[in-house]
Design a protein around this ligand. Structure first.
Ligand code: ADP
Ligand code: MG
Length: 722
């Protein structure tokens, strides 16, 4: 199973990082962790180096004392002055009001919450240092809840860092922990000097200099260069991070190249008969598109090798990925091995099951079926089929990776809608091969892995970021599809939409209506699926209108789904459970309610449920602005993109533009470490540098390379392999 080494702490934060000295005293029993320590660990700040690499979000300037008369409205200021007046006001709301004069002007300090200690420090006549956001109030200038202390004392020589933190981790504690981590961490160079100025837009400073500076910049720095991360110190950090990412990907690729997988070279012993693949092709009711043929050939080449395949098959919704997967499965089974296909939802898994059984069973292939909702008896039968090897193909949900599932000889793992799975789940599926004892030689055996997705990663991003992934792309839709017309319609025009539904129903077509929420929970104003279902049922009397949402029992979901798939049900109101992969070619209208609340790729996926047959299809994006006069900019950009293009790759590109690559990747690769500092679009030059350097480092400086990856990714590097 999974074996992720937890990084051994360089200097364990055994007790409080502030509490130096206590560490090591208690040998027998580790002292209990304080809440702040736990919060540190939750942020991933375990080692000294993790703390040193925890960089400020922004800075505060406490290095200067300003004159009140010079302070601008809204500015964050620090000034010193004398307390002239102090009173507790009890009119309207109890509050402490203190007037301070710095010689140039006066300022009112307002405290809505306060303790006796406040009054004591801020007593009349005292000289105090005050920090806060100054406002021109009703009766003159004021600061609400300023920080304050007695005047005097040294001013810091550097800007004060403000770190990203979480609940239970006070900024002051974090600051000290980072400071002590920074002082202890090993910051020795891992990048050989000759590479540091190679092809760089500007020479890079040392890691130590960069970190010292970023944690405590001198006050004369141009703040803009810190904010846009163009400062040489930032450049160094981003270069480091990108190098770590490239190194670990390349390492993973090399590790994989050293692993063995069964070479699926063709039928075991079938004499002159055609291969299963050929038989399957013959039975298909359609011809493969050129793209399907090309991609199929790419996969075939991989499967014939004794190195595990690691391939992402991306293709727009409806591009026909399933048949490509079926052909790969047929090749695997033909060679005498088992294939597993895992899908994220039961509905989708069942749809695959139906389709693949239809294709493969006539060829004599036994298919097993695994889901969470299965009856024990059926489950037991399936497990037996899988363990004996009788089942050539196993289709299911997450149930496929449960411990109890033993394959006889798994050689190909296919993951549909792979972005819906976490890295750990992918790893678990790959590890399923090692249950087998007869065919295993030593360690190092892995099944071939085929991942499928309809939310493509833009090519440049895939090539540069996922160095350990081969990508096949279905860039052509099967013939005979008519493009989907997309319209953005205000919620106020619902009646027109319902009239349109009536028209479609009269023509024997089917309609999806998707709503974002199931019940009135988070926000009352969202019309929910249940309500919409009732409203539509009332507006379209005598017609069968189904309701599907994730909280329904599985059996009920299945019943509704099969009525819709079978064509008896004209309209299906649903939450986003239908998002992935559902295939009902007769459906020609997709209505998405509160379209402004959905992400772009999700909208595109939903739209892909229609336009699967020959009939002209449409997608209506119903939006509502709520109380706002108009839609927000991001929402408008999304809806506009939907109207303007049907092309999944273009959608992905726009999505990237709207959201930025960090979030873009984050949404898809749950679990994979994201880039914290670098930005793949703006730091293309640094990325190119890192990509060129990574193989050199691995070949010539493997120890440095290893230290570098460990420093940056710690125990997380293992995850990158998935
Ligand atoms: P997706 O790539 O979104 O998973 P599917 O595999 O579900 O798409 O295919 C969508 C529909 O297109 C299915 O009904 C499938 O049978 C059909 N299909 C696939 N390939 C072809 C083809 N070459 N010609 C015609 N129809 C095809
Ligand atoms: Mg699919």
């Amino acid at each position: 199973m999974m074996n992720h080494a937890v990084p051994a702490p360089e200097t364990a934060l055994k007790t409080s990082a502030l509490d130096a000295g206590a560490a090591g005293k208690s040998v027998a029993k580790a002292p209990a962790k304080s809440p702040a320590q736990k919060a540190l660990e939750k942020l991933g700040l375990r080692r000294d180096i993790d703390l040193a690499l925890h960089l400020p979000l922004r800075y505060e300037d406490e290095t200067r004392i300003v004159r009140l008369a010079d302070a601008r409205d809204g500015e964050l200021v620090q000034f010193e002055g004398q307390v002239m007046h102090s009173e507790i006001q009890i009119r309207s709301r109890r509050q402490l009001l203190v007037t301070v004069d710095d010689g140039s002007e006066t300022c009112l300090l307002r405290f809505l919450n306060f303790y006796p200690s406040h009054q004591k420090t801020l007593s009349v006549g005292a000289r105090v240092r005050v920090r806060g956001e100054i406002r021109g109030g009703f009766i003159g200038r004021e600061i609400v809840h300023p920080q304050f202390k007695l005047a005097g004392g040294e001013l810091p020589g550097a800007l004060t860092p403000v770190y990203p933190t979480s609940a239970g981790l006070p900024q002051l504690y974090l600051r000290k922990a980072v400071l002590s981590g920074l002082s202890r961490a090993d910051l020795s160079e891992t990048i050989p000097a000759q590479f540091l100025d190679q092809k760089m837009p500007q020479p890079l400073c040392s890691l130590r200099e960069a970190l010292q500076f970023l944690h405590h910049p001198s006050p004369d720095v141009v703040l803009q260069t810190l904010e846009d991360r163009s400062h040489p110190a930032w450049q160094r950090l981003k270069a480091e991070e990108l190098l770590a990412q490239q190194l670990s990907q390349l390492q993973a690729r090399r590790v994989r190249a050293a692993m063995r997988a069964p070479a699926l070279n063709g039928p075991l012993m079938r004499g002159t008969q055609c291969t299963l693949q050929e038989q399957l092709l013959e039975r298909l009711p359609f011809r493969l598109t050129a793209a399907q043929q090309r991609v199929g050939a790419e996969i075939e080449i991989d499967l014939k090798k004794s190195i595990p395949m690691h391939r992402l098959l991306q293709g727009d919704v409806g591009a026909g990925k399933t048949v490509v997967a079926a052909l790969a499965a047929a090749r695997c089974i033909d060679a005498g091995w088992q294939c597993a296909l895992m899908a994220p939802t039961e509905i989708l898994a069942e749809q695959h099951f139906r389709k693949l059984i239809g294709w493969l069973e006539p060829l004599g292939i036994t298919t097993a079926w695994l889901t969470g909702s299965q009856k024990t008896k059926e489950r037991r039968e399936m497990l037996a089929l899988i363990a004996s090897g009788q089942a050539g193909l196993v289709i299911g949900t997450h149930a496929v990776i449960q411990d109890k599932v033993r394959f006889k000889n798994l050689a190909l793992a296919i993951i549909d809608e792979q972005h819906r799975f976490g890295v750990a789940q992918r790893l678990a599926l790959r590890s399923k091969m090692n249950h087998d004892s007869s065919k295993m030689t030593e360690g190092g055996q892995e099944p071939h892995l085929l991942m499928m997705t309809a939310t493509p990663i833009p090519r440049t991003l895939a090539m540069s970021y996922y160095a350990d992934l081969d990508v096949s792309t279905l860039d052509e839709l099967p013939p005979g599809r008519t493009p989907i017309v997309t319209k953005v319609v205000s919620d106020a025009r619902r009646d027109e939409v319902i009239a349109r539904i009536r028209g479609q129903l009269a023509e024997g077509r089917q309609i999806y209506w998707v709503c974002p929420l199931i019940e009135e929970s988070e926000s009352i104003d969202l019309v929910n699926a249940t309500q919409t279902h009732e409203a539509l049922s009332a507006a379209l009397p005598g017609l069968m209108i189904g309701l599907l949402h994730s909280r329904m029992p599985v059996a009920e979901k299945k019943a509704v789904m099969s009525l819709f798939t079978g064509g008896q049900m004209g309209v299906l109101v649903s939450t986003t459970v239908i998002e992935v992969g559902v295939d009902v070619p007769n459906a020609s209208l997709m209505v998405i309610e509160h379209a402004e609340r959905f992400g772009l790729s999700q909208l595109h996926q939903l739209r892909g449920r229609v336009g699967r047959g020959a009939a002209a299809s449409a997608c209506v994006l119903l939006y509502s602005t709520g109380d706002a006069p108009r839609l927000g900019e991001v929402a408008r950009a999304r809806l506009k993109a939907m109207v303007e293009t049907n092309d999944g790759f273009e959608i992905a590109r726009r999505d990237l533009e709207i959201r930025g690559p960090g979030e873009f990747l984050g949404a898809r690769q749950s679990g994979a470490p994201l880039l914290r500092f670098a930005d793949l679009t703006t730091d293309a030059e640094l990325l190119a540098w890192a990509r060129d350097l990574a193989p050199l480092m691995l070949d010539q400086y493997d120890e440095l390379a290893e230290r570098h990856v460990l420093r940056w990714l710690g125990g997380k590097a293992e995850f990158l392999k998935a």
